[in-house]
Design a binder for this molecule. Structure first.
Ligand SMILES: [Zn+2]
Length: 297
């Protein structure tokens, strides 16, 4: 900086026209230098991040430990897939961690397509010999009770998964009323099995959740109504969980709850090692189920 400009900058004396030109020229030079240095700074920071990533402890984690970390995280399906896109070794880690691929939750079964079926088969195919768990729910809160032509259990892909799909160990079904379960077991009974048998028949753990609606109401307050859907459950299950809706919600006339016979087959109950029932209905429903299971006589 020449001496004239230095005196202008260090005092309050107004610059003359020549000095203004010189000041602006210097400002443009400084601006150009600042831009160049900022650009270089970004280059250096990018390079630095590259070196830091290369020396990261995460990169040197054994894939088994990385796999355990992934298992402890509440990853969505898309997040798991995205994780595998980070690098080849991370993708191998996900593929080697079979448990990551052993659970599938279907929240909107009505939207299942043939493409969904293929994706589910591929997903479960990565689970190796790990027992598989399938949850078929209905997360569309806008929908009321299912109709016979619009039941979430009657999507052909749901039936196909349970008759011709990959083998299953655990199954969770959210039924919008008892009719959903009855429709499903009827559809399974009338569908052809795959070459390796029906996954439905091999289920070891079954959880049936019935949501709150009044579909359990009996026609009469004094006629026993037999519920037949439970008679067609898989016969080799060791764990059964039945969660019924609150009596006040399930019945237009709550006392009629006592006149429904659940008819869970005794031979099914005798094979159980775990039984859970949530039921506040009037009558001996819980006792009638447990009698088969625990009666020492
Ligand atoms: Zn349904």
């Amino acid at each position: 900086m020449d001496r004239d400009l230095a005196s202008v900058l260090s005092t309050n004396i107004p610059p003359n026209s020549g000095e203004i030109v010189a000041l602006k020229t210097r400002m443009e030079d400084l601006n150009t230098t600042i831009s160049e240095m900022r650009s270089r700074l970004r280059e250096l920071e990018t390079e630095f991040e590259g070196y830091r990533g290369a020396t990261s402890a995460l990169r040197r984690l054994p894939s088994e430990i990385l796999g355990e970390i992934l298992l402890s995280l509440p990853l969505s399906a898309q997040e798991l897939v995205n994780f595998g896109l980070v690098s080849k070794s991370w993708r191998e880690t996900t593929l080697l961690t079979h448990r990551l691929w052993s659970r599938i939750k279907i929240g909107k079964p009505r939207q299942l397509s043939e493409q969904s079926y293929n994706s589910i088969v591929t997903w479960f195919g990565r689970s190796g010999a790990v027992p598989r768990r399938l949850e078929i729910l209905e997360e569309d809160s806008q929908r009321g009770r299912c109709a016979s032509d619009d039941c979430h259990m009657l999507n052909p892909i749901v039936v196909k998964l349970l008759t011709r799909g990959p083998s299953l160990d655990e199954l969770v079904l959210l039924c919008k009323g008892r009719h959903c379960l009855r429709r499903l077991v009827n559809a399974i009974s009338s569908s052809e099995a795959g070459s390796s048998g029906r996954p439905w028949d091999g289920i070891r753990s079954l959880q049936l959740d019935f949501d709150n609606d009044s579909s359990w109401t009996t026609r009469s307050l004094n006629a026993v109504q037999q519920e037949t859907a439970f008679q067609s459950l898989p016969r080799h299950i060791g764990s059964l969980s039945l969660n019924f809706p609150a009596m006040e919600e399930a019945f237009d006339r709550p006392p009629s709850a006592a006149f429904i016979s659940l008819c869970v087959p005794s031979e099914l109950l005798e094979g159980l090692t775990y039984l859970e029932i949530t039921c506040d209905w009037e009558g001996g429903h819980v006792l009638s189920v447990k009698r088969y299971k625990y009666d020492p006589l």
